[in-house]
Design a binder for this molecule. Structure first.
Ligand SMILES: O=C(CO)COP(=O)(O)O
Length: 268
């Protein structure tokens, strides 16, 4: 039985004081939910304070990304050792928004500006190695755009992203540390949720891909989250799917009661 994991990705939201108010409100709502791993991904600016605030509550924290070098002349970047030092246990890697793949047409994001997001499959791979080497648990995000879904390439895209992310990663680390999050880009922030059976099917494709690379034992141990407009009212159905082991939640993670309701749906 894989332990469910519910993670709230705040994206570019919450000041330090808003983040601390959230932590204070959430802790009692999820107290005693030991059967599920609970994670909050604040912006870097609030990572240390939120990690401190959740100490002893069972809620862990994640950074929303990392740079693969540990230190040096890399202005503006944040590394795995610094993320660990700030108190985080997990790190998101390859989120569609850092890959420059958006579900909703963002005003002002011209093709030229989109390149500034620029995370590539090889970047995802080196970051995965860097996170694992430092002892952070990577949550590697994958998923197809609407155009890719429409032209029937969903499974091929997902297989390709999983395979490239795992290049050179040992089976022991995949089995014991790595988490995938299947996030169809068209379902992110759009209110458009992927039907539960289809989300479960694609998470099954992720597992099969891991199996083809590492064998069934490793594939069956890896946790796979679904993300994309997961809310209190659809969480239970999504989480009941055989291959869905948790959720990566954006919008609904910004309110303690909504996030706690999703945790409760995973804890049953
Ligand atoms: O991108 C997501 C989580 O990483 C999902 O965002 P929403 O839940 O807002 O659709």
């Amino acid at each position: 039985m894989r332990k469910k994991i519910i993670a709230g990705n705040w994206k570019l939201n919450k000041t330090v004081s808003e983040a601390l108010a959230f932590a204070e409100a959430l802790a009692p709502l999820v107290a005693g939910k030991d059967g599920v791993d609970i994670v909050i991904c604040p912006p870097y600016t609030a990572l240390y304070s939120v990690s401190q605030a959740f100490q002893g509550t069972g809620v862990a924290t994640a950074a929303q990304g990392l740079f693969w070098k540990p230190s040096g002349a890399y202005t503006s970047y944040v590394s795995a050792p610094l993320i660990l030092d700030a108190g985080a246990k997990y790190v998101l890697i390859g989120h569609s928004e850092t890959r420059g793949r958006f579900g909703v047409a963002e005003e002002g994001l011209t093709p030229d500006l989109l390149k500034a997001f620029g995370e590539t499959d090889s970047g995802v791979n080196v970051k995965t190695h860097a996170a694992l080497q430092a002892g952070l648990i990577p949550i590697v995000c994958i998923g197809e755009t609407l155009a890719e879904r429409k032209d029937g390439s969903t499974d091929a895209i997902v297989r390709d992203q999983v395979t490239k992310a795992l290049d050179g990663v040992s089976s022991d680390l995949v089995r014991s540390q790595l988490i995938f999050a299947y996030e169809p880009v068209w379902a992110i922030g759009t209110g458009e949720v992927c039907a539960a059976d289809e989300a479960g099917r694609v998470c099954g494709v992720v597992r099969k891909t891991i199996e083809s690379l590492y064998g069934a034992d490793v594939a069956n141990a890896v946790r796979i989250q679904y993300g994309g407009s997961m809310k209190p009212d659809n969480a239970a159905e999504l989480l009941a799917q055989e291959h869905i082991d948790g959720g990566l939640i954006g919008g609904a993670s910004l309110k303690p009661a909504d996030f706690a309701a999703i945790v409760a749906a995973a804890a049953v």
